[in-house]
Write a protein that binds this ligand. Sequence first.
Ligand code: PLP
Length: 217
Amino acid sequence: MSISLQLQQITRNLPAQVRLVAVSKFHPASQLQEAYDAGQRIFGESRVQELVEKYDQLPKDIQWHFIGHLQVNKVKYIAPFIDTIHSVDSEKVLNEIDKYAGKFNRKIRVLLQIHIAKEEHKFGFYTDEMGDFLKKEYPNVLISGVMGMATFTDDEKQIRKEFKCLANCFRQLKTSYFSESDSFTEISMGMSDDYPIAIEEGSTMIRVGSKIFGNRF
Ligand SMILES: *Cc1c(COP(=O)(O)O)cnc(C)c1O
């Protein structure tokens, strides 16, 4: 099926509060352009160099989201244009984003990546690690919510349990740290194989790649 038909199929049934991030990593700019021509404006990439190259080639009204692990020393390359970073997994990277957003006179939206899967992931906060650094002021960052990835499994119950856990974590953080904030509103969860479950469990942003663009090589 074509990119535009896949996009139509996904967006047709999307509740109004849910946005689609088209995850275009490893796919050539021509395919992103095809999705853009079909109306898609939010794209997600997971590698800094690839993202910068695509940013240079593609229309400037694209809203770019970074979804991969972000090394502290690479923040400066995407800070001039990135809209949202889904994968903040340390206080250090949060400080760096704040610093460079300030340098470029911008505000960057970020999400806190949370461990929800059974698998050992290398990156993301455990829920009991969230602490005092969230009370600090980050003048150039809008902490906008949470992001998580469910276990890679066919067990729907397990996936649902993990998404519920992320939604709970969102509510707890909101109560504890962001009750005064208008911008803490996003739960980024759901990929090609599990996004319908994620939407049922309260997702506000789904990150869908292979279902739109086909397999990555
Ligand atoms: C690659 C990736 C996706 C998209 O995965 P698909 O299964 O292709 O939809 C979503 N989120 C993150 C963090 C990713 O790395």
